[in-house]
Write a protein that binds this ligand. Structure first.
Ligand code: EPS
Length: 373
């Protein structure tokens, strides 16, 4: 249905994204996309690269008069820190794609791998996600994220209402809803920076207003939870994904692991819990869709780990290059973007994909039908 490709190197001229499958008639603006781009650049613990760049998206094609026309939408983000000639990097960093890139392609310079492996590529994903978010907003679907853990410091409190998470997260530099834990996370980041170390953590993406019935249980590759997991796992440095409290439920008996079903006239079917994280059988239930991503600590260390020079085979340490101490808040924004993409794809799959007006008619008819059940 919906697909996208990104192109561009971390220090190349620009990042480019092509999004295909957006319906015609969707209002799009560079301002709306750029509002999302800024969110990815924030966060305590990021490197000076984020101050050098002011990620600005240009809509190159696919829209006329501020609306999509059904053709591919091309987006472009110029790199301010473009660099043509850099000395070869021969000291692969454990944990980065340096060595596997060198081995896979036969390179003698890790820069040929890292330029594309760099998390800079996520800027293009956020631009794509912003277009998908615009589509979801047309259907009352809101996607937000917050940081639930950094460097082993986890949040201890969270708002009872899902709807209160976005404003609290947005007001926090670490995108954290627990001010006490945020202070400790910040101290942990300062401490890691002093030691030349890096920190990982966990972000949680929440989609509110998602109707029941997106995704499918009939095939492995159509299950929405599987598609969300792939999309979130594909984000740089993410090594674990769970839907809802997935790992906790593995340790909980069935009598306390599911969401009991109730029905009242007027409200129809409803649940009082959301242990499923918004999907059952790979299909959305109508409850908030909750996806967590576990990010490993970034692999560029200022106190580098042991490695081997690829030319001399001498035992040395990994290359020290500019990098972040912690990028979990930014990864949360990228996580939102990937979830927006998957949900937009599933929405178009269920309700049609040519024209926004037709999709809305199908959507409203569906909502009427399930309300009467
Ligand atoms: C990033 C851009 C990169 C890094 C970071 C994320 O820029 P540079 O390498 O020029 O400093 O700051 O990427 C990584 C941490 C990584 O390991 O690739 C960005 O735009 O988000």
């Amino acid at each position: 249905m919906l697909r996208f490709l990104t192109a561009g190197e971390s220090h190349g001229k620009a990042l480019t994204a092509v999004v295909e499958g957006l319906p015609a008639g969707l209002g799009v603006s560079e301002d709306a996309i750029n509002a999302q781009m800024i969110r990815r650049q924030l966060g305590y613990g990021r490197s000076v690269r984020m101050k050098l760049e002011a990620d600005h998206v240009e809509i190159v094609s696919g829209a006329m008069g501020g609306q999509t026309i059904g053709g591919p939408v091309a987006l472009r983000i110029e790199n301010r820190d473009a660099r043509a000639d850099e000395p070869p990097l021969t000291r692969p960093r454990p944990g980065h794609a340096d060595l596997v890139g060198i081995m896979k392609f036969g390179f003698d310079d890790a820069r040929r791998a890292l330029e594309r492996a760099s998390a800079r590529e996520t800027a293009a994903r956020v631009a794509v996600g912003a277009l998908c978010r615009t589509l979801l907003n047309e259907f009352g679907i809101q996607v937000c994220s917050h940081v639930v853990e950094i460097g082993g410091v986890a949040i201890r409190t969270r708002p009872e209402r899902w709807d209160d998470i976005p404003s609290l997260a947005e007001a926090s530099e670490l995108r954290c809803v627990d001010a006490g834990a945020e202070g400790e996370m910040r101290a942990a980041i300062d401490d890691a920076r002093q030691r030349g170390d890096t920190l990982g953590g966990v972000f949680e993406v929440i989609a509110l207003g998602v109707p029941p019935g997106l995704g499918s249980y009939v095939h492995w590759d159509r299950k929405l939870d599987g598609r969300l997991a792939q999309a979130v796992m594909s984000i740089h440095a993410v090594k674990g994904v769970e839907v809802g409290p997935g790992f906790e439920m593995a340790r909980t008996p069935g009598s306390r692991a599911h969401d009991e079903i109730f029905w009242t006239r007027g409200r129809g079917f409803f649940r009082e819990t959301n242990r499923a994280g918004g999907t059952e059988g790979g299909v959305t239930t109508g409850a908030p869709v909750v996806v967590r991503g576990a990010m490993k600590p970034l692999s560029t260390l200022m106190s580098p780990l042991r490695s081997v020079d690829i030319k001399t085979k001498e035992a040395i340490t990994g290359a020290v290059v500019r990098s972040d101490v912690c990028a979990v808040p930014a990864a949360g924004v990228v996580g939102e973007s990937m979830v927006c993409f998957v949900l937009a794809d599933a929405l178009l799959e269920k309700f049609g994909s040519d024209s926004l007006a037709d999709i809305k008619l199908a959507y409203e008819a569906y909502l009427r039908r399930i309300k009467e059940m």
